[in-house]
Design a protein around this ligand. Sequence first.
Ligand SMILES: Nc1ncnc2c1ncn2[C@@H]1O[C@H](COP(=O)(O)OP(=O)(O)O)[C@@H](O)[C@H]1O
Ligand SMILES: [Mg+2]
Length: 205
Amino acid sequence: MLAGKFIVFEGIDGAGKTTQMQLLAEFLHNNDIPVLCTREPGGTQIGGRLREVLLDRSCHNMSHRTEAFLYAADRAQHVAEIVRPALNSGVTVLCDRFIYSTVAYQGWGRGMEIALLQQINELATDGLLPDAVVLLDIPVLVGLRRVLKHRSPDRLEVEQQAFFQRVREGYLEQAARLPKIFRVLRGDGAVEMVHRNILKTLSDL
Ligand SMILES: Nc1ncnc2c1ncn2[C@@H]1O[C@H](COP(=O)(O)OP(=O)(O)O)[C@@H](O)[C@H]1O
Ligand SMILES: [Mg+2]
C-alpha cells in the first residue's frame, strides 16, 4: 500500500492557507483518500499549551531564541504524535505551516541566523520532510486587507508591512532553493481558481 503524502501549506497571513487546505481536504475525502488536517503551532494538546505561551501578550519580553525553541518543541511533539503515525498508516497529512515558516518569520523576518534555525528544525522533525509545499504567494497588502476584513491598515500595521515583505521574500528564496518540493502559486486569484491550480500542481503526487 502506498504510504500517505505529506503536504504543507505556507504563506503569509491572509494568503489563503486555511481556506485552500479545507478545499483540498474535501477533494481528497470525496475521492476516498484518507486525509488529516493539522497545523503548527498547536496541533497537539502539548502544542496548544506552547501556543498559549507564544501568543500571550504578557510574554512580550520573550527572546528570539526562546521563541524558536518553543516553536521547535511544538513541532517535535506534533511530528511524533500526529504527523508520522498518520503517514505511516497511509493517511495523507495536510499541514498548515511547517519548518519553512520558522525560516521565513524568525530568519528573514526577525533576522535570526538561518543556519541555526535549520539545525533546530532538523532536530525537531527528526529529518521528516514534506512531499510537497504549496506556497501561496500574495502581495503583503492584499494579505493584510484580507486579515483585516478589507479595513485599511492603521499606522502600526503599515509599519509591520516591511516585516511581512521580508517574510514573503524568505518564502520565495526557500522555494528557489528547493524547487523539487516547493510549488509556488499566486494566492490573490479567486478561491476556486487557486483551488484548481493547487490540484493541477499536485497532480504528480
Ligand atoms: N482567494 C481568495 N480571495 C478572497 N478572499 C480570500 C481568498 N482566500 C481566502 N480569503 C479570505 O481571506 C481571509 C484569510 O484567508 P485564510 O484562508 O484564513 O488565510 P491564511 O490561513 O493563509 O491566513 C479569510 O477571511 C478568507 O475567507
Ligand atoms: Mg490560517
